[in-house]
Structures are given as structure tokens and as C-alpha cells.
Design a protein around this ligand. Structure first.
Ligand code: 4AD
Length: 431
């Protein structure tokens, strides 16, 4: 008999197979038992009919508890009504390990309880679907950048400098020196772009932000491409092509997961480049005309502002050319205006907020030196970064896409805490 997985049962229609699985859920009547089986690759319903199996097998199926691990043997049958398209007519069940009083029952549980039990909550159908979509986005990311000739480069996690401002740093000791957990690999990726042309990184980043919102994690994963000889507009093209590619890949390869999550896929189908653009100036005007009197030129957008802007479009929208004063030191000034920089944030539809922040980088040595001084950054720590402008400096641009916010948007999941296996949130470091 073949030992297989739920994802492969389609190969064995009308044949008997053996599957290692867990009991996700169960219901039974006098004559028939239904086992919801899961094995990591998927979910399938197992049906056991009392009159078709030895009595002890039927009794085992009736008494097996939720989340017990089992080997089940059964015949694969086509079943149009099930999401998978197949069910298992079970002929035998061997319990490997019996679970007692599994805490997450089919009834509703509160968020804090589920978060305390994240190590078990991950087994649920919904969390399984979100993790599969996260994985597909990562897979598609590698495919996209590899096909476009980018080289994957890994910046360090322990760093001596702070690209996105010093207030949100996690400080630690590096033997006798002060060190920080990386908030962004960007500065290192700029060095890598001068060596390899087009590069991208994918890794964890850390921000000691005291924000408790549906969009903020303390530890999150970022994809950071950096491209030599790319100007602002060239970078926006990469961004819209990349985001379109990952959305279309999820639609193609995760239809079952999107269905499990009840995602309205019509809202994803038209996510194709090009994406609309609105300047910061026009965005402020738009908001003021809409009646937002809590924001004026020079302020950063809050979540309600971003949502109001995004609502005017059915695709992600770039907000471009922000004021210099509210953006990091490294952004290239607008050629005709000293008050704004060549940057863009990409705002996802449906209230999911900013998923990408990016810019063209200052490549002029004197200007970069001046900016570092204006921002009171320690010259010693940035000496190597400044040197990139000393030896064959070129225009270059890059951006960072926040993986968890992107997973939340594409999955249609309200809060980023469900988009990473073990979320690190304000006041939560467990499990
Ligand atoms: O806009 P940010 O801060 O940009 C940078 O870090 C640049 N150095 C990237 C670059 O140009 N290479 O962050 C980029 C993205 C945001 O758009 C958002 O999606 C995500 O990272 N992000 C967060 N995601 C979850 N929780 C947080 N606390 C986040 N902060 C930023």
C-alpha cells in the first residue's frame, strides 16, 4: 500500500493509501463517523461506516480525540462537494499519540487566548492557509528577482548604525561595544549594489516602536531590493511589477487557501501594473478637500489618511515626493525643489496601509556628508557608507516591502499578528 500525503491523494483515486495525520475535528453518529484529517499538506475528510469496518476500528474512530496523531488507511474517492475534491473512505485507524484536552476547541476563542496558544493555533485551517500564502509570496519573490537578474545578498542583523532613525532601535551589547538589531538592511544593500548591480535581501528587521496597531510588529521581515543606475521612476516600475507578480502568483497557486480565508479574489485579479501615483502635495489637498482638517503640508500621514487616499483607487497607489523633513537622511532631493525628496510609499487597497517605502538615494559625496551632519549622525559609524560616494558613485534606488503587511492584504486578514508564525508585539514575547 502507498504511503502518501493529503496533497497527493489525487494521484490515487479508488486506491487504498496510508496517511500520517492529526485529527483536526470529528463528529459521529451511531453508524457513521467523520474525521477531519490534516497532515500539514492539507485537510481531507475521512468517512468511516460502521458496517464496513471491524467493530474495534469503528470504536477507535469514535473515541479518538481532537489533535491525536494517527495513521489512517483508506480508499481515495472523488468528492465534488469538498474543497479538496476528494475524501477518504477509512478502513483502518492506528492512534500514534492520543491528545488529552486539546485547548483550542471548535468554539470561538478570544484573541489573547489564541495568542498564548500560538504554538497550537498555527495548526488551524485558517492559520495554515495564511502560512501557505506567506510561503507562496516568499517563493514568488525569489522567482521574480532571480528572473530579473538580481543577486540575493544577506545584510547583517547586528549592526553599528541606524538607517531609519535612532528612536526605534533595539540596543544590545556586542562584547564591549554598543550594537543594534537591524531596522533595515538598506545601507549594506547600497554597498552590495555597487558590487553586484541589482541585489535584494530578505530577512528579519526590528523596530522598538510603541505602536499597538493592526499594522505594527516589533520583529518583521522585509524584502529590500537595491539597484545601481536606477533612478526614482525606474524603481517604481520594479515595485509595481513585483507586487503584481506576487499577487498573481498567489491567485494562481493558492486558490484553495484564498477560499478557506473567504478572500474576495475579484479585488486581487486586477492588481496589475501600472499602479496609480499621487504626489504628497496633491494627497494633502485631496485630504483637506475631503474634510480632514487634522493634517497640513509637512505632516506625516496617519492610518485614516492613508486609508482615505487608498479608497479612491482599486489598485495600490504610490504617494510620491514627500517633504524632506519627514523622511530619512539618505533620500535624493527633487531636482527642482529643495523641500521634497525623490521617494514613494506604496499604499495597499482596502485599508492595509503602507506596504513599501523606497527612494532614490543621495549619491553626491558632499551632499551626503552634509545630511549626515544635519542629522547629527556619528561620522565614524557612517564612514564606510560615505565612502560609497567617494569611489565611483552612481545614481541608485531601492525600496523595502514589509512581508507581513503584504500577506495581510493579499490574504484579507485584518491584523498582522496572524501573518507571521510567532509574532513579536508590544508586550508579547511568548510563545
Ligand atoms: O518605510 P520603511 O521604514 O523603509 C525602510 O526601512 C527602508 N530602509 C527600506 C529601503 O528602502 N530599503 O519600511 C519599509 C516597509 C514598510 O512599508 C512596511 O511595509 C514595513 O516595512 N514596516 C513594518 N511592517 C510591520 N511592522 C512594522 N513595525 C513595520 N515598519 C515598517
Amino acid at each position: 500500500m502507498v504511503k502518501t500525503t493529503i496533497s497527493e491523494v489525487y494521484k490515487y483515486v479508488d486506491q487504498e493509501v496510508k496517511i500520517g495525520a492529526w485529527i483536526a475535528n470529528k463528529r459521529s453518529s451511531g453508524k457513521i463517523a467523520f474525521l477531519q484529517l490534516r497532515d500539514g499538506t492539507g485537510f481531507i475528510q475521512g468517512v468511516i461506516v460502521k458496517t464496513d469496518v471491524p467493530e474495534e476500528v469503528f470504536q477507535e474512530a469514535k473515541s479518538v480525540t481532537q489533535e491525536s496523531s494517527v495513521y489512517v488507511t483508506g480508499k481515495v474517492q472523488k468528492d465534488e462537494r469538498s474543497p479538496l475534491g476528494f475524501e477518504l473512505l477509512v478502513t483502518n485507524i492506528e492512534v500514534i499519540s492520543r491528545a488529552v484536552d486539546y485547548p483550542i476547541t471548535p468554539k470561538e476563542h478570544g484573541t489573547e487566548f489564541l495568542m498564548d496558544n500560538r504554538h497550537l493555533w498555527l495548526r488551524s485551517r485558517r492559520q495554515h492557509a495564511v502560512m501557505k500564502i506567506r510561503n507562496e509570496i516568499i517563493r514568488a519573490t525569489y522567482e521574480f528577482y532571480n528572473e530579473q537578474g538580481f543577486v540575493k545578498v544577506d545584510p547583517p542583523i547586528l549592526t553599528g548604525s541606524a538607517p531609519e532613525g535612532t528612536s526605534e532601535l533595539f540596543a544590545t551589547k556586542y562584547f564591549d561595544e554598543d550594537a543594534y538589531l537591524s531596522q533595515s538592511g538598506q545601507l549594506y544593500m547600497e554597498a552590495a549594489a555597487m558590487a553586484l548591480g541589482k541585489v535584494f535581501s530578505f530577512g528579519p528587521t526590528f523596530r522598538a516602536e510603541k505602536s499597538k496597531t493592526r499594522r505594527h510588529l516589533i520583529e518583521f521581515w522585509m524584502i529590500e531590493p537595491e539597484m545601481a543606475f536606477y533612478e526614482h521612476e525606474d524603481s517604481l516600475k520594479v515595485q509595481e511589477e513585483y507586487v503584481s507578480f506576487i499577487v498573481q502568483s498567489v491567485l494562481k497557486n493558492c486558490s484553495l487557501e484564498l477560499k478557506t480565508l473567504g478572500r474576495d479574489t475579484a479585488k486581487l485579479e486586477n492588481i496589475k501594473a501600472p499602479f496609480p501615483r499621487i504626489s504628497y502635495d496633491d494627497a494633502i489637498k485631496f485630504l483637506n478637500e475631503k474634510g480632514f482638517d487634522d493634517i497640513k503640508w509637512g505632516d506625516d500621514f496617519g492610518a485614516p489618511h492613508e486609508t482615505a487616499i487608498a479608497e479612491s483607487y482599486d489598485k495600490p497607489v504610490f504617494i510620491t515626493h514627500y517633504p524632506k523633513a519627514i523622511k530619512p537622511f539618505y533620500m535624493q532631493p527633487h531636482p527642482d525643489r529643495d523641500d521634497v525628496v525623490l521617494c514613494a510609499d506604496l499604499i495597499a487597497p482596502e485599508g492595509y496601509g503602507e506596504i513599501i517605502g523606497g527612494s532614490e538615494r543621495i549619491h553626491d559625496y558632499d551632499l551626503m556628508k552634509q545630511r549626515l551632519e544635519e542629522h547629527n549622525l556619528e561620522m565614524d559609524a557612517y564612514k564606510w557608507y560615505l565612502e560609497l560616494r567617494q569611489y565611483g558613485s552612481v545614481p541608485h534606488s531601492g525600496f523595502g516591502l514589509g512581508l507581513e503587511r503584504t500577506v495581510a492584504w493579499i490574504s484579507g486578514v485584518e491584523h498582522v499578528r496572524e501573518t507571521i508564525p510567532f509574532p513579536r508585539l508590544l508586550n508579547r514575547l511568548y510563545p
